[in-house]
Design a protein around this ligand. Structure first.
Ligand code: PLP
Length: 818
């Protein structure tokens, strides 16, 4: 499947030609003179200049693919958390220096233009960012591929704090224009919803089913270019935007009712209006199912009718494509492909099923039962009646297979049914994906093991060959080369070029961990990055931090299983011990605790936790008796752009989820690659990070997954930890006393403390002592800066495995060529 695209014959840019193109875009693209151009005009002109350069290579890539017709991968994902495009595209094309020199001559600051860009936040967190890393690596690994998703008009909300509480504002990312996308309304696809299914017979008397939807939506494709890193390949990301099939009803409009005239239009366009801001806990809303079906129906039709040659024999579809399903969000593609083949092309069921089973593969992203998507049969049947019929038939045939394999095992049959009966009759999308997919993968070794042993154990027993692992990764382009230029330069100076696309080469840094001069320079880079981060949050958020204190970062979505509350208990306990005199100030390591986290708008406990972190932060930051040794920094609106300045500055990475709950994590990888040490549980990819970097350079703590299961089974009583650990009790009591809320003991203070003491669903209290001990090991290690730097260098040197290029190679070997 790998191929090498011949380098394009397009002209190479010089500073002169680049300047000419740029000025042309200012004049003819933006329609202004340079001396009248706004910053946004210049940003758009620069973006289009780079885009034109990319386009040449993109068209060449498309021509090659049409000529060679190699097997491709379609990565289907409801989210792509892309981050800013301009800098990344300058990096990939190696146009950065030319652009800077060219703009310098015109007296324009390149950095300012880059910072003008509003990042496309078309994802929630890790899952969406993974999809963005994967399309980057697919292009860089030279894999013919296409990403399919939704062009949300509003991405993940912008977070503000008002009195410490989260306020959500719409993310108007398209407000200033969107130079990276190319709409193609002429390639629009019509998608149906609702209606009825009828039986009919053809001339030969064969029975068929026909779906007559009662409303339609048009999907307009928007193409984005995804450049490989300096390899000439530019792949496509195709995001769908929903339009009404008819703009509005002129008759109703003429009769004077404007609102009614545009009702259908509004309903249709709502489908791609806004990203659902839930992470890990889907809400099961009808509009979300509409979004899911909308984008997979558009994508399948696009692939079959536009990407493949006109007369292509679909029996050979598995030779041309794997549809990789990023979680269950695109799984409705399974019955949709069956419907296309059977109803629209007249295939027999068995033939359609044989092809379907070969072209889909499913990536599972969770272990939380509440995160496994189910759709009530009522809702699904109303919106997609034909698809529900097909799902029923898939299930019937599957259960027949179960009965054959396990005769008389009625319980197993009920457990494995794609249709759940309780609490309401629903379709279990993960089961449908597992039955239909050629492969099912988890996203870290431990996660894949737990999928086999627990979440999908019956399926793993029945289809052992389907189950595999592909550990997640992150792109070293964005998360090292782009975001950490100083470290990148130091690495290149030490081991030469080439590591950006061959990250295992970071191993060559290992001997330098013992080189005092290298360590000094490494510390200098960290120190510079801390100062850069301090500058950014001073300007962005008005937060002042010391550039010398340890940067201890916990940034990720706010979720109880991730246990931001455990981090908070550590901070409060430190503060309580200082103020009660148990801990002399001189013994306190100067630290900045950095939080970044959005809470789903409807997730009350998560929002309370944000309010509490801010309340604790306000108190600690204002307490002069601490002499500035402890500081809590919680910049609002954590996103990819903020991650890019925070992560290179971090010294300590907090990865403290309850063992067995975080499928992989990718934040953990970004931090290790940038020389932060991890304090973490034995969870997700932490396990693999620790194995690679070594126990001496990783702070492991807490219960592992079997210990969690045992404690759960024997009856976890959190109150006993509260009663028996006096520091823990003092910390919780301090919160409950209103010490951080101006004496107010009500509202979120009592509800958070009570829920921890009485229930503590993710066992934060059980891990508290081990966590505090681990933090003391952190401080002891930090006190020896040479030893710490040595560990930090080894973290970088040994984390090359976590490149998403390696993930893509694993997908190729284990899934896409299978
Ligand atoms: C990497 C990343 C995440 C995922 O972080 P985890 O710690 O793995 O949950 C979330 N949000 C953003 C902006 C990221 O860049």
């Amino acid at each position: 499947m790998n191929d090498t695209t011949a380098p394009s014959a397009a002209r190479e840019h010089t500073v002169e030609s680049f300047t000419r193109e740029f000025l042309r875009e200012v004049n003819f693209g933006q329609g202004v003179d340079l001396d009248r151009a706004s910053t946004n005009d210049k940003y758009l002109a620069l973006a289009r200049t780079v885009r034109a350069y990319l386009t040449t290579r993109w068209l060449e890539t498309l021509r090659t693919q049409r000529r060679e017709q190699k097997k491709a991968v379609a990565y289907m994902s409801a989210e792509f958390l892309l981050g800013r495009q301009l800098e990344n595209n300058l990096l990939a094309t190696d146009l950065g220096e030319i652009a800077r020199d060219s703009l310098d001559l015109l007296g324009i600051d390149l950095v300012e233009l880059c910072n003008t860009e509003i990042e496309p936040g078309l994802g929630n967190g890790g899952l969406g960012r993974l999809a963005a890393c994967f399309v980057d690596s697919l292009a860089t690994e030279n894999v013919p591929s296409i990403g399919y998703g939704i062009r949300y008009e509003y991405g993940i909300f912008r977070q503000r704090f008002e009195d410490g509480r989260q306020v959500e504002e719409p993310d108007e990312w398209l407000r200033l224009g969107s130079p990276w996308e190319m709409p193609h309304p002429e390639n629009a696809v019509k998608v149906g919803f609702g209606g009825r299914v009828e039986a009919w017979k053809d001339e030969s008397g064969r029975a068929h089913r026909r779906w007559s939807p009662d409303w339609h939506v048009t999907g307009v494709p928007y193409n984005y270019m995804v450049p490989g890193y300096r390899n000439g390949r530019v792949n496509t990301l195709r995001l769908w935007s929903a339009r009404a099939t008819q703009a509005f009803d002129l008759a109703i409009f003429n009769a004077g009712d404007y609102t009614d005239a545009v009702r259908a239009q509004t309903q249709a366009e709502n489908i791609s209006k806004v990203l659902y801001p839930e992470d890990s806990t889907p809400q099961g809303k009808e509009l979300r199912l509409q979004q899911q079906y909308f984008f997979v129906a558009c994508s399948l039709r696009d692939f079959v009718e536009k990407v493949l040659p006109e007369d292509f024999d679909l029996h050979r579809l598995p030779e041309r494509i794997t549809f990789q399903l990023n979680d269950t969000h695109p799984v409705i593609a399974v019955p949709e492909l069956m419907r296309l083949l059977i109803d629209e092309r007249g295939w027999e069921w068995a033939d359609a099923w044989a092809v379907t089973q070969k072209v889909f593969a499913y990536t599972c992203h969770t272990l939380l039962p509440e995160a496994l998507e189910v759709w009530p049969v009522d809702l699904l049947g109303r919106l997609l009646p034909r698809h529900l019929e097909i799902i029923y038939r898939i299930n019937e045939e599957f259960l027949e297979q179960v009965r054959e394999a396990f005769p008389g095992d009625m319980l197993r049959e009920r457990h494995m049914s794609i249709i759940a009966e309780e609490p309401v009759r629903s379709v279990r999308m993960a089961y449908l994906a597992t039955v239909a997919g050629a492969k099912v993968n988890g996203v870290a070794e431990l996660h894949s093991q737990l999928l086999r042993d627990k979440v999908l154990s019956d399926f793993a027993e029945m289809f052992p060959h389907k189950f595999t692992n592909v550990t997640n990764g992150v792109t070293p382009r964005r998360f090292m080369a782009l975001s950490n230029p100083r470290l990148s330069a130091l690495i290149t100076e030490a081991i030469g070029e080439g590591w950006v696309t061959d990250l295992e080469r970071l191993r060559e840094l290992e001997p330098l961990a013992d080189d005092a001069e290298f360590r000094r320079r490494f510390r200098e880079v960290k120190s510079h990055n801390r100062a850069r981060f301090a500058g950014v949050i001073a300007e962005r958020d008005g937060i002042e931090i010391s550039p010398d204190a340890m940067v201890d970062a916990m940034v990720k979505r706010l979720h109880e299983y991730k246990r931001q509350s455990l981090k908070l208990l550590h901070i409060v306990s430190l503060y309580e011990r200082i103020t009660s005199g148990a801990l002399p100030l001189a013994d306190v390591t100067p630290r900045t605790f950095v939080f970044g986290a959005k809470a789903a708008p409807g997730y009350v406990r998560a929002k309370e936790t944000i309010a509490l972190i801010n309340a604790v932060g306000r108190t600690i930051n204002a307490d002069a008796s601490l002499e500035g040794r402890l500081k809590v920094a919680f910049p609002a609106n954590y996103n990819v752009t903020l991650a890019e300045t925070l992560i290179p500055a971090a010294d300590l990475s907090e990865q403290i989820s309850q063992a067995g709950k975080e499928a992989s994590g990718t934040g953990n990888m970004k931090f290790a690659l940038n020389g932060a040490l991890t304090v973490g549980t034995d969870d997700g990819a932490n396990v693999e990070i620790r194995q690679l970097v070594g126990d001496d350079h990783f702070f492991l703590f807490g219960m592992d997954e079997p210990a969690v299961s045992d404690l759960q089974a024997s009856g976890y009583r959190s109150a006993s930890y509260y009663e028996q650990d006096k520091d823990l009790r003092a910390a919780l009591d301090m919160i409950a006393s209103g010490a951080f809320t101006g004496g107010d003991r009500g509202s979120f203070v009592s509800s958070i403390t009570a829920s921890l003491i009485e229930r503590d669903r993710f066992m934060a209290l059980a891990d508290f002592r081990a966590y505090v001990d681990a933090q003391e090991r952190v401080e002891a290690h930090w006190a020896d800066q040479e030893a710490w730097t040595r560990s930090a260098v080894l973290n970088v040197a040994r984390s090359g495995y976590f490149s998403s290029d390696r993930s893509i190679r694993d997908y190729l070997a284990r899934i896409w060529n299978a």
